[in-house]
Design a binder for this molecule. Structure first.
Ligand code: KIV
Length: 262
């Protein structure tokens, strides 16, 4: 999958399917499932590192996880999140850090924020780095937003988000993540811009959807917003497996003869 194919999906009205991955094992499984857009999300700060939010994720963390994922897949578009403070200060920082993520194996980067990020996106595009925008509930601004809240519910917020989407498109973003915004606003943005919109908590009218892998698998049992759907219950399965293992060791049933060398 390339960024040109992402654009083609939009033109052909084919839904894009994206999911996060943070390591080689899961990246391979995601690719085996036929999912071709993999986001190395800074959500790893919460689901892998156990932090309360994504703010403490560093460039070194993102480089490490991007290498693991990109090294494990062959056909997927790997997009790496730019962590907090890797692009906010200046376009120069943005270009330098995005370049490092591409050197680690990503084919594109994602950053959060509206029109104020246009100069970063232009600078990155000018040297050939594909950029995905991220609008709506932007987790790196959790404190400014007063928590993880739906954005764009009131009219002036909604029109600002629509303007932001147009500005990011004009700056050269190849796609936009729309997070936690009302269905009608996501539809309007999707119909207005010619680049692909990937929704998470933005309803069914986006050009594609993305979910955090550990949420989708039912592995993560921390805070789960309304838009999360678990397609499996791996935490429950893991607990059950570990419970059986513990019991069998304690009762002397594991290892049995067939699990032993003679
Ligand atoms: O960090 C992440 O996983 C994300 C997705 C939720 C879009 O930004």
């Amino acid at each position: 999958m390339t960024i040109l194919e992402v654009q083609q999906y939009k033109q052909d009205r084919k839904k894009l399917v994206a999911v996060t991955a943070y390591d080689a094992l899961f990246a391979r499984i995601v690719e085996q499932a036929g999912i071709r857009v993999i986001l190395v999300g800074d959500s790893l700060g919460v689901v892998v590192q156990g932090r309360p939010n994504t703010l403490s994720v560093t460039m070194e963390d993102m480089l490490y996880h991007t290498k693991l994922v990109a090294g494990a897949v062959q056909r997927s578009l790997v997009i790496a999140d730019m962590p907090f403070m890797s692009y906010q200060v200046s376009p120069e920082d943005a270009v330098r850090n995005a370049g490092r993520l591409l050197q680690a194996g990503a084919a594109a980067v994602k950053l959060e924020g509206g029109a104020v990020m246009a100069d970063r996106i232009k600078a990155m595009r000018s040297i050939g780095i594909p950029v995905m925008g991220h609008l709506g509930m932007t987790p790196q601004s959790v404190h400014a937003l007063g928590g993880y809240k739906v954005q764009g519910k009131i009219e002036d917020q909604a029109s600002r988000l629509l303007e932001d989407a147009k500005t990011l498109e004009a700056a050269g973003a190849f796609a936009l993540v729309l997070e936690a915004i009302p269905v009608d606003l996501a539809r309007k943005i999707t119909q207005t811009v010619s680049i692909a919109t990937i929704g998470i908590g933005a309803g069914p009218h986006c050009d594609g959807q993305v979910l955090v892998l550990y949420d989708l698998l039912g592995l993560f049992d921390g805070f789960a917003p309304k838009f999360v759907k678990s397609y499996a219950h791996l935490k429950a399965d893991t607990l059950q497996a570990l419970g059986r293992y513990k019991e069998e060791v304690e009762q002397g049933k594991f290892p049995s003869d067939s699990e032993s060398y003679h």
